[in-house]
Design a protein around this ligand. Structure first.
Ligand SMILES: Nc1ncnc2c1ncn2[C@@H]1O[C@H](COP(=O)(O)OP(=O)(O)OP(=O)(O)O)[C@@H](O)[C@H]1O
Length: 247
């Protein structure tokens, strides 16, 4: 999967416009951040890109083919989707959740044990979903999403429940992963988005308000305005590229 695109996407619900004329093209390799204030339409866009929501208007294509022509098995092999909220139907263990994706693994996929180790959740492997904290669930979901090494990863706020150490580790991991894949993340953490992403798409009221590199986005007046923030940039320090002040 080298390319995913949407054209003239529109989505409505309950009389509200969720997405309005959204046209975007994403190509691998890249780490893309979808940003925007609460209710901007980020999750709706990601669900449409993943094929979990049918848009009311427009079209999504993966690798040039309309998404509607992809079989469920093809989609499963091509895309790892990590939703904002996940609740398994049964109280699976961590190892069982990570193993689910292995059924559709291509040859050469690491074993479940290897994946648990790689994502630092081996100590939790026998614990049931109901016995996990929010952050442990998020780490399990990331392991399950990346276990089969999908060429396309769509993740909705995968770092939301993580402490700073694990959030930074997540972005470092996804940055490396995106070297040979297309990774699209919905993000609220602007510091990390500016620091790690190759490209940022700003959604506001269901529309694309800006689509830029992090360096260009910082100078985009609509960026700070969308979040009702005052951005204060300081000379690059060893460990931070930007400092964001809330105003
Ligand atoms: N079924 C629905 N009926 C009516 N409005 C809906 C429905 N689903 C979503 N919305 C509205 O659509 C808008 C976009 O929702 P969406 O979840 O895509 O936003 P978001 O940018 O991901 O928000 P957040 O940052 O809060 O997660 C919101 O205002 C939400 O209230």
């Amino acid at each position: 999967m080298t390319r995913i695109e949407c054209r003239d996407l529109g989505a409505r619900a309950g009389g509200a416009i969720l997405l309005d004329d959204v046209s975007l093209v994403f190509e691998a390799p890249a780490l893309i951040g979808i940003l925007g204030p609460n209710g901007a339409g980020k999750s709706t866009l990601l669900r449409c890109l993943a094929g979990y929501r049918r848009p009311d208007r427009g079209e999504v294509r993966w690798a040039g083919r309309p998404l509607s022509s992809w079989t469920a098995a093809e989609r499963g092999a091509a895309c790892g989707y990590c939703p904002q909220q996940f609740e398994p139907a049964w109280d699976y263990s961590v190892a069982e959740i990570v193993a689910l994706g292995h059924d559709r693994s291509p040859a050469g996929t690491p074993t479940v044990d290897r994946t648990l180790q790689e994502y630092g959740v081996e100590a939790l492997s026998k614990r049931r979903w109901s016995q996990l904290s929010g952050g442990e669930r998020a780490r399990t979901m990331l392991a399950a999403t990346l276990a089969t090494k999908p060429p396309l990863v769509l993740a909705d706020e995968p770092g939301a429940a993580l402490d700073m150490h694990h959030r930074l580790a997540l972005l470092q991991r996804l940055k490396i992963y995106s070297g040979s894949a297309l990774v699209i993340l919905v993000m609220h953490d602007l510091d990390l988005a500016l620091r790690f992403c190759d490209r940022l798409v700003l959604l506001d009221h269901g529309k694309v308000a800006a689509d830029k590199t992090p360096a260009a986005m910082i100078d985009e007046p609509g960026f700070a305005a969308a979040f009702r923030l005052r951005l204060q940039t300081e000379p690059r320090r060893a460990d931070f590229d930007w400092v964001i002040g809330i105003g």
